[in-house]
Every structure is written in structure tokens, then in C-alpha cells.
Design a protein around this ligand. Structure first.
Ligand code: FE2
Length: 382
């Protein structure tokens, strides 16, 4: 069996790493980058130091800051229109998953014919496209690491998932000093998303020795530092460790795959417009309690990574402690108890089940589930 491990070729990290971005563009011969971001980040002044740094290095950046949460074909086309009109030769995406996914889509259009809807699915991007730097401002989706872009097609009412190694950014940037102002609730939700990436990757059918070490270390870092980052957003050490934890969780799941937590979480997330991390956090202990008997040894190691003292415990008891530790962490960072309090009703569930079964994340789960099992888990998550 061969294994394909893929991630960005240059990864800049540490407080202040944003200042190293201009040199990467210069080294690659770029002169006119398009900054792809959202208006909140420009308004908060997060993007200005980048603009100043680029100009100081002799570059002439253009800006598109119209990205919205769950970006659509419309924002991709608007950003690409500026890329063309301004004669841009590179892209610097700044933000969480939405601006980075939009940047990946602009990269596709920079070298491949439109519309972007042609690239929905796996492995359809023929040419790599413009040099892409992804500056992550959350911790996190790990969009700066991955080969996925989620773009909504409003005409077809479809959330497209474009998956291709050709859209992995050339350079990822994780500068924790850009993450200090993230509100506590967002820190908790995005941190639990990262924990879900690490746990799903570690127990997935696609796991490999080349992804296990980063998945386990991500679990350790997130369990240790997420409560601190939530309690005090200006705790720079906690923010840095969360930035690294979510990054290495991304290294793991980008190549190992995910499972039913994501397959199910995508459904209430899309229909009720709920935060992705909250949906994952609600489902994580429920789905993993279902998976646990099929991966007892792995869940025992997850318990250890989460800081449980497993000395003297049987493997079975240690694996059960992992599920309890996930529930404890979720409660500690203030995740809602269930979907019922978020506007989901019993009537929504049959459609969620059908869509979860077709979700591209489902096949990675350590054990398959039938419709009745998925429905029972959704009910438990209410
Ligand atoms: Fe996720």
C-alpha cells in the first residue's frame, strides 16, 4: 500500500511571521499580489501591516475584501475580476476558511477556464495556477494546509467541495499574534473543530504512521491549551500552541481523511447556518462513543494525549475515558449541549441522514453506519 502525504512546501509560523510574507513573494518573482480577505479583517486593521510590508518590499498589492462566511461563486468571480483587471500575478489570502477557500478558487481560475463550478469534486484542477500564500487568522479550520475549498453554488443550491492537491497553498502562515482578538466563543468552536480533525484523522480508515504522530500531538496541544485560549484570548503561549495544534491536525486529516462527525456536522451547519466547529463539537463525543469499540487501542491513546492518567486502567477503560475527556473539554469551553437549542427539529433529521450518508467525509469513518444508526446519533445530539 502506498500513501500520499501532501501539505504546503513552505510553512511560516510564530508570532510575527506575517512580516516574512513579502520576502516569499519576492523570492518567487511576484510583483502584484491580490489580497483576498473579508471586510471585518480590513476594518479591524489586521490586513494593513501586510499591505505596508508588501509596499515596503516594492510590491504593488490589490485588495478584494468582499469574502463572506460560506463564500459563493459570486465572491470568487468578483475576486477573480480584480485579479485580472489589476494584472495580478499571485494571491495572499488572509483569514479563516472562507477567505482562504476563496483564494484557492481564484488560483484555479488564474490558470484554468471558468466557471469555478467545473471543478466541484476530486482531482479536476488541471493546472496549479498563481502562487498562493494563505495567512491563517483562526485556529482553526487548517484551510492554509489543505487541498479543499468549499464554495457554494447558489444557482444549484449546492455546497461544492473542490478537492485537489493543486490548490494546496505554496506557503502557509500561522502568526498567533494575529489571533489574540478572536472572541471566546469563536476560539472554542474553531478549537473543537481542530480537535475533531485530529481525532477523526487518528481513528480514520485512512490513518497512517505518517499522520498518526501529528494527529496525536495535535490532540495533546489542543486539550492542554484550548481552555487557556478561551479563558484569556491574549495568552500568547496558548494562542501559539493552538495555532500549531490546528496546523498539525490539518497535516494529519488532509492526507488521512475524516469521518462521520464531519459528515453529519455539515448538514445542520448548512441548513441552519450554524458554526462548523459547534456542530462538530456537539457530535464528536456521540459519534466517537459509537466508533470506540472498533478502535479501542486508538481511543486509549487519545485519552493519554488528552491528559488522562491511564496508568492502571485497562485499554477498554482508558478508551472510555477518552470519550469522557472529550465531553469534559467541550463543557469547559462552553459548547452548547445539543442541536435542539440551536433551532434544529426532529423533522429536519431524515434529510440530514440522507445527506450525511453521501458526504465525502463518511467513508473515512472507522466503521460504516446504516441510516438508522445515523438517525439515532442525530437524535442523541438534539
Ligand atoms: Fe472541520
Amino acid at each position: 500500500m502506498t500513501f500520499r502525504l501532501c501539505f504546503p512546501k513552505i510553512n511560516l509560523s510564530g508570532a510575527g511571521a506575517l512580516a516574512d510574507v513579502p520576502a516569499e513573494l519576492v523570492a518567487h518573482g511576484c510583483v502584484k499580489p491580490l489580497i483576498v480577505t473579508d471586510s471585518t479583517l480590513t476594518r479591524l486593521g489586521v490586513v494593513q501591516p501586510l499591505v505596508d510590508g508588501l509596499k515596503a518590499a516594492g510590491l504593488t498589492p490589490a485588495i478584494y475584501d468582499g469574502v463572506v462566511p460560506n463564500p459563493t461563486v459570486i465572491q470568487v468571480e468578483a475576486a477573480f475580476a480584480i485579479f485580472q483587471a489589476e494584472g495580478c500575478d499571485s494571491i495572499v489570502a488572509v483569514g479563516g476558511g472562507s477567505p482562504i477557500d476563496t483564494g484557492k478558487a481564484v488560483r484555479i481560475l488564474s490558470a484554468n477556464p471558468g466557471p469555478i463550478t467545473l471543478y466541484n469534486g476530486v482531482g479536476k484542477v488541471g493546472k496549479v495556477g498563481a502562487f498562493l500564500i494563505a495567512v491563517n487568522t483562526t485556529a482553526g479550520t487548517a484551510a492554509e494546509v489543505t487541498s479543499n475549498a468549499v464554495i457554494t453554488d447558489p444557482a444549484a443550491q449546492v455546497k461544492m467541495v473542490i478537492i485537489d492537491a493543486n490548490i494546496i497553498p505554496d506557503v502557509s502562515v500561522n502568526d498567533a499574534s494575529m489571533m489574540l482578538g478572536i472572541p471566546a466563543a469563536t476560539t472554542a468552536a474553531t478549537g473543537m473543530d481542530a480537535l475533531t480533525h485530529a481525532i477523526e484523522a487518528y481513528v480514520s480508515l485512512g490513518h497512517h504512521v505518517l499522520t498518526d504522530f501529528s494527529a496525536l500531538e495535535a490532540i495533546r496541544l489542543i486539550a492542554a491549551f484550548l481552555p487557556r485560549a478561551v479563558a484569556d484570548g491574549h495568552d500568547l503561549e496558548a494562542r501559539e500552541m493552538m495555532a500549531y495544534g490546528q496546523f498539525i491536525a490539518g497535516l494529519a486529516f488532509n492526507s488521512a481523511g475524516l469521518g462521520y462527525v464531519h459528515a453529519m456536522a455539515h448538514q445542520p451547519g448548512a441548513v441552519k447556518d450554524l458554526p462548523h466547529g459547534v456542530c462538530n463539537a456537539i457530535l464528536l463525543p456521540i459519534v466517537e462513543a459509537f466508533n470506540r469499540p472498533h478502535a479501542v487501542a486508538r481511543f486509549a491513546r487519545i485519552a493519554q494525549a488528552m491528559g488522562v492518567d491511564t496508568a492502571g486502567l485497562s485499554e477498554e477503560a482508558a478508551s472510555l475515558a477518552a470519550i469522557a475527556a472529550i465531553r469534559d473539554l467541550s463543557a469547559k469551553v462552553g459548547i452548547p449541549h445539543g442541536f435542539g437549542e440551536l433551532g434544529v427539529t426532529e423533522a429536519d433529521l431524515p434529510t440530514f441522514v440522507a445527506k450525511a450518508q453521501k458526504d465525502p467525509c463518511a467513508p473515512g469513518n472507522p466503521v460504516p453506519m446504516n441510516d438508522d444508526q445515523v438517525l439515532a446519533l442525530f437524535r442523541e445530539a438534539m
